[in-house]
Design a protein around this ligand. Sequence first.
Ligand SMILES: *[C@@H]1O[C@H](CO)[C@@H](O)[C@H](O)[C@H]1NC(C)=O
Ligand SMILES: *[C@@H]1O[C@H](CO)[C@@H](O)[C@H](O)[C@H]1NC(C)=O
Ligand SMILES: *[C@@H]1O[C@H](CO)[C@@H](O)[C@H](O)[C@H]1NC(C)=O
Length: 488
Amino acid sequence: MKMWGRLVLCCAALLLSITSVCAIKKLNSVNDLKKVDFGRAVPKHSLLLLHWFANTIDIDNNDVIRLTFDPNLGTYGSHHYGNYERLLNPLPQGNIKYRYYTVGNLFQGRSDLPGYVLHPPNAEYRGRNRDRIIFRVREHNTGWQNDERIDEVYITQHYDNSNEGTRYDPSYTYQITTNLLQQIRAFSVEDNQGNSLMELREDFGSNIDDSRLSALKISWGELACLGLLLYIVLEEKYYQNNKPRPAEKRNRLPHCVVNLPGNSENHHDASHSWPERPVQNSIQLEVMTGTNGKAGISWQDVPYHRVNERVMVVLYKDNNAQEAMYSTVIGSESGHVNTSAFLNVGLQARLHKTKKKYCFWTVPSDEICRGNEFRNPGKVRIHGYDASLQLFVKDGKACARLFVNKSFGNWTSEFKKSWVGFYDNPNKPTQEYEWWQWQWATKFKPASTPLDYYHDVYEYHSSMAIAPGVQARFILKNDIVMAQASWM
Ligand SMILES: *[C@@H]1O[C@H](CO)[C@@H](O)[C@H](O)[C@H]1NC(C)=O
Ligand SMILES: *[C@@H]1O[C@H](CO)[C@@H](O)[C@H](O)[C@H]1NC(C)=O
Ligand SMILES: *[C@@H]1O[C@H](CO)[C@@H](O)[C@H](O)[C@H]1NC(C)=O
């Protein structure tokens, strides 16, 4: 019902020639969280923030969410959020008062937020203070009682790019349903007795085996339930994405956000007039892993009039590059192409208008918008050691990096019998690494460019093409796996 109401609202808005962007995705379950590009487009830290928030608010038996702190007092670094850039729905007018608040600024919240949010035990979860939670408070004064509740929750992040000032990035803003908040509360850190790790594994259909579960207990200690949630969302992404999930289809309809023309405070490009601007914001361009180690480009929500006037997706080496590596005219609002360029970190897709050269060649002209630079997945801790493993791509090939803490002086003796193997999918038994695709840890070569002040970094380049599902595993000895790094 609610969905249809929104849809009608959205269409009504269109008829009134108010532009609407159905851009904000809704996440309704832990399985939906797996679809978010955590570790690349979205910081993994936002999962910690969300876990903290879900366990800090109060949800009663009727699914009514109530505050346990006063956001007007700046507790946890919270403060009023004006929504001036129209990231979210304009607030309803009437007797019931609504207000948006944001929370999660690590600097402002440093005296209240728990240690695991401020200083995550595991470096890959440390935030750069970009991710936030926005919640909407609905305040209804019934005359005899002031009923205050949270009726909407979002995760969002500031743009990575300082040109955008302190705006939030609508492409990486997601609405979090009460159902998902309830699911996350099952992983509460204080409730270790209530939900054992084994029960959670059952309840959420995780494939984690007993030895990984014990490893989680050791490495996360009292935060083990949180560790399991992160494992399910980040490591089991691949299994779930390949399974058909008919039950989830219903949630596909995106939440609609209505953008009203008005004075935005952040005109970073005054040359575009309304209503074109918000539509452009919703174009999504992404460099992805194509076939045989080549880069693919995917695009979504390119407005029909753009497609009609002939536009091109163009591949660049990085955000600063001027010279195109590959370009092709697109014929649909959403789609993907396999390019001829090998996948590398930094690659970026941009959408360009086109022009004719010598009357017959179509070449790119003005840029319309650009996507994020392609990034490697984050590193994964080698259990029990002050070292991590990262899977990365170099010219389309799967490569591995070892980060060894500088204080781990005798690592070559500890890892004397250790090796890293490459696998074409996460279900392969450890002995079945790809033919010749392995190397002793001690034979890794020092990385040519220093990547990290605290670690010594060593690399090995395999000759195996990178593809979704490819894994590098760190094997301590025999077949004891201490880390697995996966390609999404
Ligand atoms: C890209 O390559 C894959 C594998 O060869 C193929 O399945 C897919 O259809 C190709 N995509 C396009 C748009 O050509
Ligand atoms: C490296 O090891 C030292 C000493 O054990 C520790 O204090 C430090 O936090 C470690 N650094 C990282 C980045 O893990
Ligand atoms: C490496 O050093 C640690 C701590 O100094 C020690 O516990 C460990 O036994 C050493 N390992 C080897 C193989 O010498």
